[in-house]
Design a protein around this ligand. Structure first.
Ligand code: PHE
Length: 341
């Protein structure tokens, strides 16, 4: 090979080599370029070096010197590129952010099954013309008992059956405080009627508290949905139709509703409401026609208005629909359970 030819090839290689080394974008592509240029077996520099042998011996020293210079230049360009790219990687991990990594999908939660049920029940009753009323969870005895026709001697007021908030001991004996965690959402009936003249058509959903030992069907805190409709000429037939329509909206057309005679101080007559759906009866709560004494307590004229009221367990409705057999599941906060809703 003639010296001229060799030098032209050498210059061409040096130029293209520095160009591709400078252009390498990451450590991997730099390594590919290195093998192509400087690879010990079949690198392009090695191939050119073999051409040295064919050069006239007189011109060999010049060719050899130029070859070594070119090799050093390419090696230096390689070292610079390597430093540039490893520095970039170090900087990225120092900042804790690598834009080339695949993203992590954040885990999103959702509403608790009881909250979902409450929303759905509100929705069904809104379609039946009921608006939503709220009441406090800490109540006084008038709203929880007295105005609801529950006399002082009634066992429902027993301190063992309620969470009274304070008890002041007097020399004559223990005296109950006025305040307690409400044991039923019927308190909201009183609050609404105290504030608004008839007609009334509300539901109220919220927590109630009773000192029950937790088991598969009891928990010291649970949720109720209370309904109250007051107008002229309201009858038991209206109560039955509303509850029937509600049940078939929530559970499906194949639900059966059964009313059993019962007693509540604030309704007369009173019933227990049972539902049968997919071969199982379940007791959903109580209902009845508003007792005239309740109307009197809130200043309504029992000769002019009539009404019905009901109170159903929210956990029971939700559990019945999803086949949940232990109410405690709702409050364990086990995400394996909660994720299923
Ligand atoms: N408050 C009653 C209970 O908690 C249920 C009920 C509500 C009964 C309204 C009649 C009317 O058991």
């Amino acid at each position: 090979m003639a010296l001229d030819e060799f030098l032209v090839e050498l210059d061409g290689l040096t130029d293209s080599a520095t160009e591709s080394l400078n252009a390498a974008l990451d450590v991997d592509s730099l390594e590919a370029v290195r093998i192509d240029l400087l690879g010990a077996k079949s690198g392009r520099l090695k191939a050119l070096q073999k051409g040295l042998a064919a050069i006239d011996s007189a011109e060999k020293p010049v060719a050899g010197k130029r070859f070594n210079e070119a090799k050093q230049k390419i090696e230096a360009a390689y070292a610079a590129a390597k430093e540039r790219l490893t520095f970039a990687v170090a900087q990225q991990s120092a900042a804790g952010f690598d834009p080339t990594e695949p993203g992590c999908k954040p885990i999103l939660g959702h509403l608790h099954p009881i909250t979902q049920t409450i929303e759905e029940l509100k929705d069904i009753f809104a379609r039946l013309g009921f608006s939503v009323a709220d009441g406090p969870e800490i109540e006084d005895e008038r709203h929880n008992f007295e105005a609801l026709n529950i006399a002082r001697s009634h066992p429902a007021r027993d301190p063992l059956d309620n969470f009274y908030l304070q008890t002041a001991t007097k020399s004559a004996g223990a005296e109950r405080s006025e305040w307690l965690l409400r044991s039923q959402t019927s308190t909201v009936q009183i609050r609404v009627m105290d504030e608004t003249p008839p007609p009334v058509r509300i539901v109220s959903l919220g927590r109630v508290y009773r000192p029950d030992t937790a088991d598969a069907t009891h928990y010291p805190m649970f949720h109720q949905i209370e309904g109250l409709l007051v107008d002229t000429d309201v009858t038991m037939a209206d109560l039955k139709s509303v509850l029937r329509m509600f049940c078939s909206s929530y559970l499906g057309e194949d639900v059966h509703v059964r009313f059993r005679p019962s007693f509540f101080p604030f309704t007369e007559p009173s019933v227990e409401v049972d539902m049968r759906w997919q071969d199982g009866w379940i007791e959903m709560g109580g209902a009845g026609m508003v007792d005239p004494n309740v109307f009197e307590a809130v200043g309504y004229d029992p000769e002019k208005v009539t009404g019905f009221a009901f109170g159903l367990g929210v956990e029971r409705l939700c559990a019945r629909r999803y086949g949940i057999t232990d109410i405690r599941e709702f409050f364990k906060n086990d995400v394996r359970f909660l994720h299923q809703f």
